[in-house]
Write a protein that binds this ligand. Structure first.
Ligand SMILES: Nc1ncnc2c1ncn2[C@@H]1O[C@H](COP(=O)(O)OP(=O)(O)OP(=O)(O)O)[C@@H](O)[C@H]1O
Ligand SMILES: [Mg+2]
Length: 248
């Protein structure tokens, strides 16, 4: 009887937790959508009320409304990706590929964005040979993109992001993305990979983040049965790394 009661108590606890988690999640989603939506609405209403007749203001407000829409699209894309990852238990398209090519591709994609903050993106060394790994190439690219974009957003201006691949053990490599940016205080580290978690709400929002990037990273890495690791010193910089299977 006692065991039965204890069992039920745990069940109720887990259901209550899940329910509060779901409520938090809905609240977060609503909030993330509300902010840009009200921005868009504000500019459109002002245009309708007459601002449309002023050619200069018209362009400025349309441009701002468009930025708000872009933000909405970005949040919805991330939510959509998370929903997919959580629903199909993530189907992986596993292939053998050269991870150096994927890294180079990400560097090429984000060089301009990095330049705007005067941040250099580079490999840790010159690689003479390809590094073949096994995984879902598109999803692994998404992981590298999210980590590199973070290193640009939270890196210090004039800083450097260094990307490297090393042996982790016989069967695995480890890929590291290292920045010399603001770093992360210890108390945040355990929660950083949660959906919507941001260290500094205002700064992160100014950088256009909704706090979904790292939860996507964690999902993808864990679906590969691999680990994501984080070392960071507040004020000095951060090192995000994940393991990946070697291809034989
Ligand atoms: N390289 C980093 N250096 C310092 N802080 C970081 C770094 N990467 C992430 N963070 C912190 O972790 C938080 C969560 O990161 P995450 O990528 O999940 O969300 P985001 O970048 O705010 O938004 P999104 O990725 O959804 O656009 C960030 O808001 C930031 O505070
Ligand atoms: Mg991010």
């Amino acid at each position: 009887m006692q065991r039965y009661v204890e069992g039920k108590r745990l069940e109720i606890k887990s259901l209550t937790e899940r329910d509060s988690f779901r409520r938090d999640f809905l609240g977060n989603v609503a909030h993330e959508l509300k902010t840009p939506l009200f921005t868009v609405q504000g500019y459109i209403l002002t245009l309708l009320e007459g601002a449309v007749n002023d050619k200069q203001i018209r362009m400025k407000y349309l441009d701002r409304a468009n930025k708000g829409v872009e933000r909405l699209v970005a949040v919805i894309k991330d939510l959509d990706m998370i929903a997919k990852l959580e629903n199909d238990g993530m189907k992986l398209n596993v292939d053998v590929f050269n991870i150096l090519e994927v890294i180079q591709n990400v560097i090429d994609l984000f060089e301009m964005k990095a330049k705007k903050r005067n941040i250099k993106l580079k490999f840790d060394k010159i690689y003479e040979f390809p590094v073949f790994v096994k995984g879902d190439v598109e999803k692994i690219e998404q992981v590298i993109i999210n980590l590199v974009v973070n290193s640009i957003k939270y890196g210090s201006p004039n800083g450097t992001t260094i990307i490297g691949v090393e042996d982790f053990n016989d069967k695995k490599f480890i890929l590291k993305v290292i920045d010399n940016g603001e770093g992360i205080k210890k108390e945040h580290i355990s929660r950083l990979f949660e959906r919507f978690y941001r260290v500094d709400q205002s700064r992160s929002r100014e950088q256009g983040g909704s706090g979904l990037g790292l939860s996507i990273v964690k999902h993808i890495v864990e679906a590969h049965d691999e680990n994501i690791l984080l070392k960071s010193t507040y004020g000095k910089g951060s090192e995000f790394s994940f393991t990946i299977e070697k291809a034989r």
